[in-house]
Design a protein around this ligand. Structure first.
Ligand code: C2G
Length: 134
């Protein structure tokens, strides 16, 4: 049983989020997603539209996701890898290199981001009364 973990805010859930969860799950047999709490997001200077409870329930409903846990601190990753017997840590390549310290504990995989979509892009698009391109 190969266990995978990934971390994120997953606000205004979009195709970029779905793609990384699908790809992360495909690397193993079980995917845990650590969702940033509202308090942790303040530290990330992210103002979420959806509260943690909504973001967690939406991600938990995704068929690629087996378990959701809260992300409350930057420093929790090593203990998460140990506590959840994680084999592979996955995150988008916008974080390339930032989590290489985990290589001592598990495989670290940075996956390409999905182009032309982001929570910020969605907010701007809605404000301008436009729609997201295919
Ligand atoms: N993502 C992606 N393509 C996009 C947008 C996001 O692949 N177009 C990926 C990100 O790389 C990340 C995940 O989706 O792996 C969640 O993205 P965010 O919700 O923006 O999370 P982030 O702010 O990167 O938080 O401790 C790590 C942080 O919690 C990561």
């Amino acid at each position: 049983m190969k266990r995978v973990i990934t971390y994120g805010t997953f606000d205004l859930f979009h195709i970029g989020h779905l793609n990384i969860l699908k790809r992360a799950r495909a690397l193993g047999d079980h995917l845990t997603v650590a969702i940033s709490t509202d308090e942790f997001n303040i530290g990330k200077h992210k103002q979420c539209v959806y509260p943690y409870s909504h973001r967690a329930q939406i991600v938990e409903a995704i068929k690629y996701v087996d378990e959701v846990i809260p992300e409350t601190r930057w420093e929790q990753k090593i203990e998460d890898v140990k506590n959840y017997s994680i084999d592979i840590f996955v995150i988008g390549h916008d974080w390339e290199g930032k989590f290489d310290f985990l290589k001592e504990y598990c495989e670290v995989v940075y996956l390409p981001r999905t182009e032309k979509i982001s929570t910020t892009e969605i907010k701007n698009t809605v404000q301008n009364g436009k729609s997201i391109s295919k």
